[in-house]
Design a protein around this ligand. Structure first.
Ligand code: PLP
Length: 403
């Protein structure tokens, strides 16, 4: 990215998230083109980066959305995503969320248990509506990724086993209030190998065949998200190899192919800018203390995730340093043993690949205000979320001084 980091940091302050919208467009187009010749929808996984401007940008390109709360469904609709391209997933949907999703007439609710199916049926009956549903199948495939972001094994809480799924489809097909239109799996995140996706897709496509054989006509085949991206030097999955595997698995079936990329779309569109506050040495160990913290970007603390870190425009001999934030936790770091030149107060540090699961996982821990977000598009920058203030943070708290 050819950007004047220093100028942006000065204009908007730090800590700051920056997203390259041209990159996002490029990612969307690359993936969509890889589905050429087939009916397909790219359902952007809103939880990766749910800024309304990011979603609206994808909506204009024709994307759908994969949402995991009614709040995300509202964001998708507000940002202009077509309601018939919105899926509502998640293991724990509340009654009010189910009701609103049905009233908003989105494409389908993705069910993750038999109990949830019965709930959805009940709510649909109350509303006198038919609920379009898909069922999330847990194909028991090891995605070979970080255990925290693996979701396709029976030991994970997600989805239902094949046999259970089949029983649920038969039940739903008979129900007056359920319309089983889709099938879904999502085996994990940051997948860099195709074989687990191939295996899962084959298993689930076989289930589709056996359902079609008993006149249950599945129309949407949703392969979930999880395409891995390059944070460091990973070799990951190409869009065309990915779709080829899906095409092979679904050969001979008339289906609309759906996928739900989150990280793939936005991770490397984003960078996190933070400013050096101090350098210090503890028993020979070098620390660079910056003005951003784990509350802004928690991936290193939570998953021990690697993010490339650079000092902008600073020369000098590089020595290893831990880049840490001001939060009162030892786990508050962005990188360990990062080679960095000698740094001074106000030098800018860039944490790369921060566009996915960055801002959306931010919190107010330590009463720290959430950072601002900026979009870069066609060489222009624009603020897409203001920096939070102290007042924003305390606004919802009630009377606290004695009368
Ligand atoms: C999180 C999630 C995604 C997106 O995962 P990425 O790794 O960001 O692509 C897609 N589908 C479901 C159901 C999810 O929970």
């Amino acid at each position: 990215m050819e950007i004047d980091t220093k100028a942006l940091a000065k204009k908007y302050g730090t800590p700051l998230y920056m997203y390259d919208f041209d990159y996002i467009e490029n990612r969307y187009t690359t993936l969509k083109d890889a589905f050429a010749g087939k009916k397909s929808i790219i359902n952007y996984a809103v939880k990766a980066n749910s800024n309304l401007s990011v979603i609206a940008h994808l909506a204009k390109l024709g994307a759908g959305a994969d949402c995991v709360s009614i709040g995300e469904v509202r964001r998708a609709l507000d940002a202009g995503i077509d309601k018939y391209k919105i899926i509502f997933s998640g293991v724990g949907k509340r009654d009010d969320e189910i009701r609103e999703a049905l009233q908003k007439d989105i494409l389908m609710l993705n069910l993750e248990s038999e109990a949830e199916m019965k709930r959805v049926e009940l709510v649909a009956l109350e509303l006198g509506k038919e609920a379009r549903i898909s069922i999330r199948v847990n194909p028991n495939i090891d995605p070979q990724t970080h255990p925290y972001i693996s979701t396709g094994l029976h030991e994970n809480k997600f989805g239902v086993e094949i046999d259970m799924a089949k029983r649920m489809y038969i039940y739903a097909n008979k129900s007056e209030y359920l319309n089983p239109v889709g099938i879904h799996f999502h085996i994990g995140s940051q997948l860099t190998k195709l074989s687990p996706i191939r295996e899962a897709a084959m298993i689930v496509a076989d289930l589709v065949r056996s359902l079609k054989a008993i006149k249950i006509d599945i129309k949407f085949f949703d392969v979930g998200g999880g395409i891995g991206v390059v944070y460091d030097d990973e070799v990951t999955i190409s869009a065309t190899d990915y779709t080829q595997v899906i095409f092979e698995a679904t050969k001979g079936l008339d289906l609309t192919l759906l996928c739900e990329p989150g990280r793939y779309m936005v991770a490397n569109a984003g960078a996190f800018f933070t400013k050096v506050l101090y350098e210090k040495n503890n028993g020979g160990k070098r620390f660079v203390i910056v003005d951003g913290g784990m509350n802004d970007l928690i991936r290193p603390s939570l998953y021990n995730a690697y993010h490339k870190i650079e000092a902008v425009g600073v020369e000098g001999e590089k020595t290893p340093a831990d880049v840490v934030g001001p939060v009162c936790e030892s786990g508050d770091f962005f990188g360990k043993n990062v080679p960095l030149p000698p740094l001074e107060h106000n030098d800018i540090i860039v944490v790369h690949s921060a566009g996915a699961y960055g801002f959306t996982m931010a919190s107010n821990y330590n009463t720290r205000a959430k950072p601002a977000e900026v979009a870069l598009q066609n060489g222009k920058d624009r603020l897409i979320r203001k920096r939070e203030t102290y007042e924003d943070q305390v606004r919802l708290e009630l009377e606290y001084l004695e009368k």
